[in-house]
Design a protein around this ligand. Structure first.
Ligand code: ADE
Length: 236
């Protein structure tokens, strides 16, 4: 898999892809992540990539030319399955979308900045618009890092134990059950007895029950009950 990211502030993405799962997947040749500075494509003599908005609003808008030229150049080199724009008014990211994107080959991500990008870019070259939540970041870079991380960890070979990703929260529409490691007792708190025995059928049954009760308590909306709950499962 290959992910190309177009950014006005590429330095923001120096860290997230060099270590941990994405870093290891790159070193193992499973994925490639390439971050590009949109300014490289600006034909403006000062390498400007933004301009004032029509209609007299405050702030700046990312202009068409550098972005569309960047996308055209990358698309001439390979075919992209999706050209994704990270934006707070996109579709809220869910695990099902991450799963689908992890099965593609080449993805191009565009990070917005300032007041956003000229609407005509969205109407012509963007194939999917994604938000990582109902809050506004300074730019799309951290959102692209979140999306790329969520995708890459699902690419076969990226995590040592492939089965581990399948038991993540949300994979089956439920939160994941609690997990424990040694010691079996800490400050009087014991690891549930069932996990200490070797009965795998019982353990699986316990995990399913825990996942369901946790989801009912903390995220009833995932079960179709849209009640507001705090972290203790109390109505708010
Ligand atoms: N850019 C700014 N805020 C964002 C968000 N919440 N999701 C995706 N891109 C963004």
């Amino acid at each position: 898999m290959r992910i190309d990211i177009l950014s006005a502030v590429p330095a923001l993405l120096d860290g997230p892809f060099s270590t941990s799962i994405v870093g290891r997947a790159q070193k193992a040749g499973i994925v490639e992540v390439h971050v590009h500075d949109i300014r490289k494509w600006s034909t403006n003599k000062h390498k400007k990539i933004d301009d004032t908005p029509y209609g007299g609003e405050a702030g700046m808008v990312m202009a068409i030319q550098p972005i569309v030229d960047a996308i055209a150049e990358l698309q001439a080199e390979r075919k992209y399955d999706e050209v994704i724009f990270l934006t707070p008014d996109g579709a809220r990211l869910e695990q099902s979308v991450v799963n689908a994107l992890s099965m593609t080959g080449n993805l191009l991500m565009l990070c917005g900045h300032y007041k956003g990008i000229d609407q005509r870019i969205r109407e012509t070259v963007i194939t999917r618009e994604i938000s990582i939540g109902d809050y506004v970041l300074s730019g799309g870079e951290l959102a692209a890092a979140v999306l790329a991380d969520a995708i890459v960890r699902l690419v076969p070979g990226a995590i040592g134990d492939g089965a581990s990703a399948l038991s993540d929260s949300f994979q089956d529409g439920l939160l994941a059950p609690p997990v424990y490691t040694r010691p079996a007792e800490w400050n009087g708190l014991k690891v549930p007895e069932v996990l200490l025995g070797g009965d795998h059928a019982k353990i699986e049954c316990w995990k399913d029950e825990q996942a369901l009760s946790r989801t009912m308590r903390l995220r009833p909306d995932l079960l179709g009950e849209d009640l507001g709950k705090n972290k203790d499962g109390e109505d708010v």
